[in-house]
Design a protein around this ligand. Structure first.
Ligand code: 13P
Length: 285
């Protein structure tokens, strides 16, 4: 049975109107706030994604608290999301803490184990109307999920169908050639496979590894059935590089906000650009 959650409504609207909802990874309060400001100003629905390492190191409690406050204050559709949790228990903890959306990424395991873990999280999520994302195939790149030979990262249509029908998961990240981190050369995205998967499934599909994908590929991905696009690396790199530049110019003993404000403004420009690439600007109203 499909859930009636805020995120499911956001993704359904994206599907109907031909855009994608951007999911931006935050790693501190300053990029978190910059993402919100840009999304509010662009009137774009937005997903605030805490990678599992941010959830663990900042603590789930803190992430949930700032996410909940942000969602309550927002004048646009906004959802806090746990990104790439390979642990069922972390997903359950996030759900208990009030996350409205979680990803269980068991794509490194066998199909049977992937299905078992996704099913456990989906069953746990039902009562609280929490949206669950799973992954099939692998997202390449930078050692995190990298190290793939040939086409072994590629999502298989039969596997996608089997996982979705046996778990009732709400959305699916598909390994079609995108990678986490910056690309070396042009990404080789298998749009044929994307369309094949989209044809047999009627749930939203998710594209990971947004940073560095050319605009025309994003547009083709949206046409091929992608409703959510994850963008991370470019956010933290923009923030950190600008902080470095400001400190180099201004020297030691600066007040935090004098350094982070220009860095946040630069992150905002990047977020705005991605919102327009996803064509989600103006879709909040
Ligand atoms: P990038 O860091 O490559 O933009 O990917 C982000 C992502 O897919 C998070 O799940």
């Amino acid at each position: 049975m499909a859930k009636d959650s805020t995120l499911q409504k956001m993704l359904a609207d994206a599907n109907t109107r031909g855009y994608a909802v951007p999911a931006f990874n935050f790693s501190c309060i300053w990029d978190f706030q910059a993402i919100i400001e840009a999304a509010e100003e662009e009137r774009s629905p937005v997903i605030l994604a805490s990678h599992h390492s941010v959830f663990d190191r900042l603590s789930g409690e803190i992430c949930a608290a700032i996410g909940t406050a942000a969602m309550e204050k927002a004048t646009i559709p906004m959802v806090l999301h746990l990104d790439h949790s390979s642990e069922v228990d972390r997903c359950k903890k996030a759900i208990d803490l009030g996350y409205p959306s979680v990803m269980i990424d068991a794509s490194s395991l066998s199909l049977e184990e992937n299905i078992a873990q996704v099913k456990e999280v989906v069953d746990y999520s039902r009562e609280k109307n929490v949206t669950v994302e799973a992954e099939i195939g692998r997202i390449k790149g930078n050692g995190y999920e990298g190290g793939h030979d040939g086409d072994d990262f590629l999502a298989q249509v039969v596997d996608a169908k089997e996982l979705v029908s046996r778990t009732g998961v709400d959305s699916l990240a598909v390994g079609i050639g995108t990678a986490h981190g910056f690309y070396v050369g042009k990404p080789e995205i298998n749009f044929t496979r994307l369309r094949e998967i989209n044809e047999v499934l009627d749930i939203p599909l998710v594209l990971h590894g947004g940073s560095g994908i050319p605009e025309e590929d994003i547009s083709e991905a949206i046409k091929g059935g992608i409703n959510k696009i994850n963008v991370g690396t470019i956010i933290h790199c923009t923030l950190m590089n600008r902080i470095r530049k400001e400190l180099m110019e201004k020297g030691e003993n600066q007040y935090t906000l004098d350094i982070t404000r220009p860095a946040m403004d630069e992150v905002k420009e990047v977020v705005r650009g991605w919102i327009r690439t996803c064509m989600s600007d103006g879709k909040a109203d």
